[in-house]
Design a protein around this ligand. Structure first.
Ligand code: 4NP
Length: 152
C-alpha cells in the first residue's frame, strides 16, 4: 500500500487537484486497492472549503471532479503517509520545518521531481492570482507528475 499526501499552501487549488488527478489515474489503472491518496494545506485558513471554483471549473473540463474539503497538515500525517509531496519552495520549507523526525523528513518530496514532460519545471506555481492560463498550466504539470508517480 502506497500512501501519498499532496500539500500546497491553501489546499484549495494545487494539492486537491493533484489528489483528484492521482485518484483518477489510479482508478483508470484498476489499482485503487494499492493507494491511499489525500491532500492538505500549510494554512488552515480555508479549512472545510471545497477547492476554488475556478480550479474546479478547469478540472471538470478534463474530467476531474474535485470534492476534497480543505484541511491543514497535521503532525500525524508525517507518520501516516509514505510520501508527502509539496508544490513549491515555500511548501517544501514549511514541511521540512514541521517534520517531527529524520524519517519523516525523508518522506518529503517536490511534485516536479516526478515530471517526465515538463522536465525543466522546478515548482507548481500558485494559480490563485492568475488567469485561466495559470490554472491550465497547473493541471498540465500535475497530470505529468501524477503519471510519473504512478510509474514509480
Ligand atoms: P493553493 O493556492 O496553495 O494552490 O491552494 C492558494 C489558495 C489560497 C491561498 C494561497 C494559495 N490563500 O492565501 O488564501
Amino acid at each position: 500500500m502506497k500512501k501519498i499526501l499532496f500539500v500546497c499552501l491553501g489546499n484549495i487549488c494545487r494539492s486537491p487537484s493533484a489528489e483528484g488527478i492521482m485518484k483518477h489515474l489510479v482508478k483508470e489503472a484498476g489499482r485503487e486497492h494499492e493507494f491511499v491518496i489525500d491532500s492538505a494545506g500549510i494554512l488552515s485558513y480555508h479549512q472545510g472549503e471545497l477547492p476554488d471554483s475556478r480550479m474546479r471549473a478547469h478540472a471538470i473540463r478534463r474530467g476531474y471532479n474535485l470534492t476534497h474539503r480543505s484541511r491543514p497538515v497535521r503532525i500525524a500525517d508525517f507518520y501516516d503517509f509514505d510520501l508527502i509531496i509539496g508544490m513549491d519552495d515555500r511548501n517544501m520549507a514549511d514541511l521540512k520545518e514541521r517534520a517531527p523526525s529524520p524519517e519523516a523528513l525523508k518522506k518529503i518530496h517536490r511534485m516536479t521531481e516526478y515530471c517526465t514532460r515538463f522536465t525543466h519545471a522546478d515548482h507548481v506555481p500558485d494559480p490563485y492570482y492568475t488567469g485561466a492560463e495559470g490554472f491550465e498550466y497547473v493541471l498540465d504539470l500535475l497530470e505529468d507528475a501524477c503519471a510519473g508517480l504512478l510509474k514509480l
